[in-house]
Design a protein around this ligand. Structure first.
Ligand code: PMP
Length: 288
């Protein structure tokens, strides 16, 4: 039996969950989305994800098809209908069906679908060993062209960098902005630790304001760690003591090599492991 998918007003069978070839989400990547985790039947940081989704929509003048409260209920309903205890939700709002041609105002009604399923995380051993990454040659979208806060359906920039990573036989690539400062990984935020200070690039450098990023910053401060948002160069990554990535799917994962240079002692560092543990406990409702 297939999944129950929320499509516009209600649940339908997976086999019925179809959208038009005239949907501008498909024709132009014109839409916004969220990726959200479910832990122990609870939707993680749902309010923060809903808020970001409405802000993304507002920024691109996309009319949301329902109020935040209704959408929150639709997410919860979809999770329950599929009996998801631990999983991943994909919440997508497209510009909707319109004419061929860019004009978004020919789309009368935005499209909504919610998938509650499971997610293929990185293999468990990668959390123990840490991952290798490369610096992508593909420059991150200019933040004044495509605002990095907007989690839009257009991921081509990230996909080009992801291809570079996969061609180099590593799972992730670090993207730099037009000025050469670190922006983010292709689907995760980047952190480094140097001299016990946790550093993360500002959103304006070209990174999504990750929900996981914000939780990890909060947890780190709670541990008494200094956390600073500042521009980072490739050299900062080369000489850091620790590096890790954060994201809804990846959670917190250590990086142990970049561009052939070993980070720290080649294993996920002490602070990375501490924050991963704290995040794990917090997400599963066992932390503060
Ligand atoms: N950056 C990008 C480009 C992303 O797509 C994501 C989400 N997959 C993140 C960062 C991390 O954001 P979050 O913690 O909200 O999942």
């Amino acid at each position: 039996m297939g999944l129950k998918i929320w499509l516009n007003e209600g649940l339908v069978d997976e086999s019925e969950a179809k959208i038009s070839v005239f949907d501008h989400g498909l024709l132009y990547g014109d839409g916004v989305f969220e990726g959200i985790r479910v832990y122990d039947r609870r939707v993680f940081e749902l309010e923060a994800h809903i808020k970001r989704l409405y802000e993304s929509a507002r920024a691109i003048r996309l009319t949301m098809p329902m109020e935040p409260k209704e959408l929150t209920e639709a997410v919860e309903t979809t999770v329950k209908a599929n009996g998801i205890a631990d999983g991943y939700i994909r919440l997508v709002v497209t510009r909707g069906v319109g004419c061929l041609g860019l004009n978004p105002f020919t789309c009368e009604r935005s499209g909504l679908f919610i998938i509650a399923s499971t997610i293929q995380l990185y293999p468990e051993e990668l959390y123990e060993t840490g991952m290798r990454v490369i610096s992508a040659v593909t420059v991150r979208n200019h933040p004044l062209a495509i605002p990095p806060q907007v989690k839009s359906l257009n991921y081509l920039n990230n996909i080009l960098a992801k291809i570079e990573a996969l061609d180099s036989n590593v799972p992730e690539a670090i993207m730099y902005n037009h000025e050469g400062y670190v922006a983010e990984a292709t689907g995760d935020n980047v952190f480094i630790v140097r001299n016990n200070v946790v550093c993360v690039p500002p959103v304006q450098a070209g990174s999504l304001e990750g929900v996981t990023r914000n939780v990890v910053m909060r947890l780190a401060r709670k541990e008494g760690l200094e956390v600073v948002e500042k521009n980072l160069t490739r050299c900062d990554l080369y000489i850091c003591d620790e590096m890790f990535l954060t994201g809804s799917a990846a959670e917190v994962i250590g990086v142990v090599e970049i561009d052939g240079r070993t980070i720290g002692d080649g294993k996920p560092g002490r602070i990375t492991r501490l924050l991963r543990d704290k995040f794990f406990a917090y997400a599963r409702g066992k932390g503060q």
